[in-house]
Design a protein around this ligand. Structure first.
Ligand code: AMP
Length: 257
């Protein structure tokens, strides 16, 4: 299997990134579709596109996805209050939650947008070694069967147009939640028109909040951690993971689908 990754930027500012884990025969098609994606991104045309394909030489971990819960909110303020409550319920201290929100709203490094995730411990400290790059979770994908089940479930929920966003975020959140030391994750997208986000944790699964920002706002990610070992960041970045089972969707307003 190969890890195929794409990263696109303009004037050294991150525009988009994506990744797949595929068989050798699928490298060409995958690279083609990732380049297409980089060239047609909502945030603009990049002046730099990097595509890499690297053989995976370590065992690939198989994981069942986090279960998805859908939470519908009327606007970003209500979404943020919901996310704060969920994070508090998971056990994240209030000052860490406030700090995380201000990084996502104002930028993580001198007001610049984020290209990866902040790792924050329970004292509110940032643990990434390079604060400008943050940490990018990598080497992860989902099987055709599991993604087909996810796609069908999203059709039933009227969310099929959000399939790609939800699929990629669910795979990332599933991998991150599986790494020892992760307590929770907070994310909302950097794509100007995509206002949904989520709070993910092993405890409560992937809680999708329909609105966490206003159109045009920047996005970002924070991984809240406790007691992580030396290998935490390496595992987030390097351990290959395939999600091979989809755990289902519950609509909190409408019962299990
Ligand atoms: P996106 O939903 O792709 O717009 O991602 C939202 C934010 O999450 C981005 O602005 C990045 O800060 C962060 N992010 C995106 N991809 C990754 C990744 N693979 N690992 C860690 N953080 C990421």
């Amino acid at each position: 299997m190969y890890s195929v990754r794409m990263r696109a930027s303009l004037d050294n500012k991150h525009i988009s990134g994506a990744e797949r884990v595929v068989e050798e025969k699928d490298i060409k098609n995958t690279a083609h579709s990732l380049i297409e994606r980089a060239l047609t991104h909502e945030k603009g045309k990049p002046d730099f596109i990097n595509i890499s394909a690297e053989e995976i030489k370590t065992p690939i971990k198989s994981l069942t996805s986090l279960p998805i819960t859908l939470l519908h909110v009327e606007n970003a303020d209500k979404g943020k209050t919901t996310a704060e409550k969920l994070l508090a319920h998971i056990g994240i201290p209030t000052f860490c939650i406030e700090r995380a929100f201000s990084f996502l709203e104002d930028g993580a490094c001198n007001g610049e947008g984020m290209r990866g995730a902040i790792i924050m411990d329970m004292q509110g400290r940032r643990l990434e070694s390079d604060k400008k790059r943050e940490v990018r979770a990598s080497r992860m994908d989902i099987t055709a069967e599991a993604s087909g089940e996810l796609a069908a479930a999203l059709v039933a929920e009227g969310l099929s147009s959000n399939y790609l966003h939800i699929k990629e975020a669910l795979v990332l959140a599933t991998k991150v939640a599986s790494v020892k030391g992760t307590v929770a994750e907070l994310c909302w997208s950097d794509d100007p028109g995509y206002v949904a986000g989520y709070v993910a944790s092993k405890k409560f699964g992937y809680m999708r909040i329909s609105c966490l920002k206003n159109e045009g706002d920047r996005g970002g990610r924070v991984f809240f951690v406790n007691d992580i070992g030396e290998d935490y960041i390496n595992e987030i970045e390097k351990t290959p993971v395939i999600v091979n089972k989809f755990a289902g969707i519950i609509d909190i307003t409408g019962g299990q689908k």
